[in-house]
Design a protein around this ligand. Structure first.
Ligand code: SAH
Ligand code: SF4
Ligand code: F3S
Length: 475
C-alpha cells in the first residue's frame, strides 16, 4: 500500500489541539500517517481560529504559503477546518481556489468521506453543518503509548453565554455536553497508554451536563479522581457567574485536582462587564476568589483580561489595574480588544485606538509581571511536587570558540499550581528519559524568574497513592 502523509497546522486554543488529535485519528482509517514535514504531506489540514483578527491573519498567511506549494504539487489536498472554516464556509472556497475541503467545527467525523470525494477527483467539498442530531463525538481511542504525560479531553462543545465581544457561540454552536461514559472511557484509555495528567476542556465547564441532565461537573471530577494512574486533573474554562460552591469544595476534597483555577474576569470595571454581558460584578468576582481561598489557601489563580473594549475609559482601565492588585493573580493573559464581525460589540461606538490599546496592554502586563515575580519568589526554599514532562529545551552542552562547556541536564515539569519548574539533579537519566518523565518528583526551589522556577530534585514521591497534604512543603 502507498504511504500517505498528513500534516496538520493547529492555530488557536486547546480545543483545537484536541480536535487536531481527533482529525489525525479519523484519517488513520484512510491510511494517512501524521508527519511533521509540510513538504512531505499529501494532505494538509489547517485547523483555524477566529477569536481575534490576529489569529485569522495567521490562518490566511499560512494558506497563502500553501497556494504556492500546490502549484508545484497539483495532487496535494488542502483542507481548512475549525472556527474560520465554520464562520466563512463557502466563502473560503470562493476566495481560495487551491483549497479542496472546508469543514466546520462539528464535521470532523465526516472528514474521511469528504476526503474520499476529493481523492476520487469528484469535487471540492464544504460541510459546515451544526445540527445537533448529526453531532458525532466518539471517544478518542488510544492504541499505543503516545509518549505524552499530559493530554486534553474535551467534555463539552459550544457556548450559550454570548459575551458581546466573542465569536465562539457563532462558530462552535450551542453548548452541548458529551456523555460521562464516553469521557471516562477515553480517559481510562489515555491512562493505560501512559498519560498521567488530564485537562478537561469546555468553554464553561461549570455548566457541564446541566442542559442534558447528565451528572454535574464536580461529580464528573469525582469519577475521574477514581481512575488509577491518573495523577493530576486540570480543567479550563469556568465562567465566574456559574462557579458553584460544590466545585470550590472539590479543591479541598479531591486529591488529584490541581490547585490552580483559571477564572477569566475580562475587566475590573462593572460598567464594562455589563457591556460585555458577563453577568457578574467585580464584587461577585472578589467573593468567589475569597471563598476559593477559604477552602484552598494555596490555590493559584489566573485570569484573562481584555483591554480597550469599546468605550473603556482611563478610569475603567484603572479599575482593572485595581482588581489585578486586589486579587493578586499568579499569572494572566491579556488581549487587545479585537472587533469580530459576528459579535455585537463590533457595532458599539467609541472604539479605542490601536495605539491606546497597545499602551494599556503594556501597562497591564508590566503591572502583573511584578506580582508574578513576587509570587514566584515566595516559593524559594519550598519543596514542590513536579510532574515531569521531559527534558527542558536547554542544550546539555554549549560553548563558542570550539570549547564545549557542560551545562547540567535540566528537566521540566509543572507544580500542581501550574508553575513551570526547570530542575537538575537527575543528570544520569538523560539516556533514560522515560525513567522520570511522567513521574511526580519533589523539587527544592532555589530561583524564581518571571515565567518559571528553578530548582534541584529531592526525590521521587513516595509510592503511597494518597498524596493529600503533600502538595508543597514550607522550608
Ligand atoms: N470561554 C472562555 C474563553 C474563550 S476565548 C471564557 O469565557 O473564559 C479566550 C479569551 O480570549 C477570552 O477569555 C477573552 O479574554 C479573549 N477574547 C475573546 N474574544 C475576544 C476579542 N474579540 N478580542 C480580544 N480578546 C478576546
Ligand atoms: Fe466567549 Fe463568553 Fe462563551 Fe467564553 S463564555 S466562549 S468569552 S461567549
Ligand atoms: Fe479560536 Fe475557536 Fe478556540 S475561535 S480560541 S479555536 S474555540
Amino acid at each position: 500500500m502507498i504511504e500517505k502523509y498528513l500534516y496538520i497546522n493547529t492555530i488557536g486554543c486547546q480545543m483545537n489541539v484536541y480536535d487536531s488529535e481527533r482529525i489525525a485519528q479519523v484519517l488513520k482509517t484512510l491510511q494517512y500517517k501524521l508527519t511533521s514535514s509540510v513538504e512531505k504531506a499529501d494532505l494538509i489540514i489547517v485547523n483555524t481560529c477566529a477569536i481575534r483578527e490576529k489569529a485569522e491573519q495567521k490562518v490566511f498567511s499560512f494558506l497563502g504559503r500553501l497556494s504556492g506549494m500546490k502549484k508545484g504539487k497539483p495532487g496535494l489536498i488542502i483542507g481548512v477546518g475549525g472556527c474560520v472554516a465554520q464562520q466563512d464556509g463557502e466563502k473560503v472556497l470562493a476566495r481560495m481556489p487551491f483549497v479542496d475541503i472546508v469543514f466546520g467545527t462539528h464535521a470532523i467525523a465526516r472528514l474521511p468521506e469528504m476526503i474520499k470525494k476529493v481523492e476520487s477527483g469528484k469535487s471540492r467539498v464544504v460541510n459546515v453543518d451544526m445540527a445537533p442530531e448529526i453531532y458525532e463525538f466518539q471517544p478518542v481511542e488510544e492504541t499505543k503509548n503516545s509518549g505524552s504525560t499530559s493530554r486534553f479531553v474535551t467534555i463539552m462543545q459550544g457556548c450559550d453565554n454570548y459575551c458581546t465581544y466573542c465569536v465562539v457561540p457563532y462558530v462552535r454552536g450551542r453548548e452541548m455536553s458529551r456523555l460521562p461514559a464516553d469521557i471516562i472511557k477515553e480517559i481510562t484509555g489515555l491512562a493505560k497508554s501512559g498519560v498521567r495528567e488530564i485537562t478537561l476542556l469546555g468553554q464553561n465547564v461549570n455548566s457541564y451536563g446541566k442542559k442534558e441532565g447528565l451528572c454535574s461537573f464536580p461529580e464528573m471530577l469525582e469519577s475521574i479522581n477514581e481512575i488509577n494512574s491518573i495523577q493530576r486533573i486540570r480543567f479550563t474554562t469556568s465562567h465566574p457567574k456559574d462557579l458553584s460552591l460544590d466545585l470550590i469544595k472539590s479543591f479541598k476534597n479531591l486529591d488529584k485536582l490541581c490547585k490552580h483555577f483559571h477564572l477569566p474576569v475580562q475587566s475590573g470595571s462593572d460598567r464594562i462587564l455589563k457591556k460585555m454581558n458577563r453577568k457578574y460584578t467585580s464584587k461577585h468576582y472578589f467573593e468567589k476568589i475569597s471563598t476559593l481561598r477559604d477552602y484552598c489557601p494555596e490555590i493559584a489563580i489566573s485570569s484573562d483580561f481584555i483591554v480597550g473594549f469599546p468605550g473603556e475609559t482611563e478610569s475603567d482601565f484603572m479599575e482593572t489595574l485595581e482588581m489585578i492588585k486586589t486579587v493578586g493573580f499568579d499569572s494572566l493573559f491579556a488581549f487587545k480588544y479585537s472587533d469580530r464581525p459576528n459579535a455585537p460589540a463590533s457595532r458599539l461606538l467609541n472604539k479605542i485606538s490601536d495605539a491606546e490599546k497597545k499602551k494599556r496592554l503594556k501597562i497591564l502586563l508590566e503591572f502583573q509581571k511584578t506580582i508574578t515575580l513576587e509570587k514566584n519568589k515566595s516559593l524559594i526554599g519550598s519543596t514542590q511536587e513536579v510532574l515531569v514532562e521531559g527534558l527542558s529545551k536547554k542544550e546539555s552542552t554549549a560553548g563558542g570558540n570550539g570549547i564545549k562547556k557542560r551545562i547540567p541536564l535540566q528537566w521540566t515539569g509543572r507544580t500542581s499550581t501550574n508553575k513551570i519548574v526547570n530542575f537538575t539533579g537527575y543528570e544520569n537519566c538523560g539516556s533514560h528519559k522515560e525513567k522520570i518523565t511522567g513521574k511526580l518528583i519533589r523539587v527544592r526551589i532555589d530561583r524564581a524568574l518571571s515565567n518559571s522556577l528553578q530548582g534541584k530534585s529531592m526525590s521521587e514521591r513516595p509510592k503511597s497513592s494518597d498524596n493529600k497534604g503533600e502538595e508543597s512543603y514550607a522550608a
